[in-house]
Design a protein around this ligand. Sequence first.
Ligand code: ADP
Ligand code: MG
Length: 324
Amino acid sequence: MNLQLQDSDEFDLINTCFKNKAKQRQDVLIGIGDDAAFMNASSPFLAMAVDTLVEGVHFLPNANPADIGYKSLAVNLSDLAAVGAEPAWMLLALTMPTPDKIWTEKFSAGLFELAEQFNVQLIGGDTTRGPLTVTVQVTGYLPSAEVAIARRGAKVGDKIYVSGTLGDAGLGLAVAKGNGEFLSSEDKQYVLQRLHRPTPRVNVGMALRGIASSAIDISDGLLVDIGHLLAANQVGARIDADKLPLSSALNDSLVENEAKKLALTAGDDYELCFTVPANKESLMLARLEEKKVASYCIGEIIAKTGIEITHFSGELSSQGFKHW
Ligand code: ADP
Ligand code: MG
């Protein structure tokens, strides 16, 4: 008897949408197709992160699959950015109700669009049935242990910086939910892009190696995330709400206090928030300018715990996005 082996739907989907799209990096000996991937790492110092996006929790049920693919990697690269790592490889666990090739092809186009920008190779994963859930795990390189940027390290007197405008994704979420009548079509497009396709600040994180005293990426809202950073260092912060960088989309469409409130509390911007000792501030600014990346000083670390906010008169009912 001659038994013809047939590719299951699952393998056909993996081959078409993932295996045949993955670019080959020099440091990957075996990628998709074996029981495990083998790498020949060029540095022994590696940073790893994993994040899951769940339909109905992290993206709306009608979300564009290409955006989901893009964002599932972007949120992970943002975590690598926060520690100053250079992205190298990713694993993908994809759970969906049925093996939907059309959906997966679109998803894969968004995923690889970003992967190519950062030279990240997909080296393996898992495909299962269940409610739509995307888990991406990433690994990146650090040249040495000393230059990694941790949450711990901020000291009283350090300046607090962010890498870009805040609150855009929060406004984008309002638009995605159909509450954006008061925005111009250009502003709508801009905030939706910020929500669906956040830019991981990998070049900022790498430029801050050995300079920033601590860093975190802003996924759940500035106040919540800076709160994690402060807790790790048992210090407080003074933030000047007049210094929060706001896009023209926010300034055009919201009154000042509402714009500041979104910038303080809305999640999903994936900008970096980092601290710099005063004596390294000019070196930091020179490095970031050389790389043509923006940074904005929004306050400083103080000894008194808690967050003191100046130039803001609104009420803060919620500090940011809660996971549970
Ligand atoms: P195993 O049963 O040995 O875990 P699988 O049948 O789950 O292997 O997967 C076969 C190969 O395809 C493995 O190399 C795995 O890493 C890869 N793979 C499965 N799903 C994905 C995916 N969604 N993205 C990338 N690679 C995947
Ligand atoms: Mg498996």
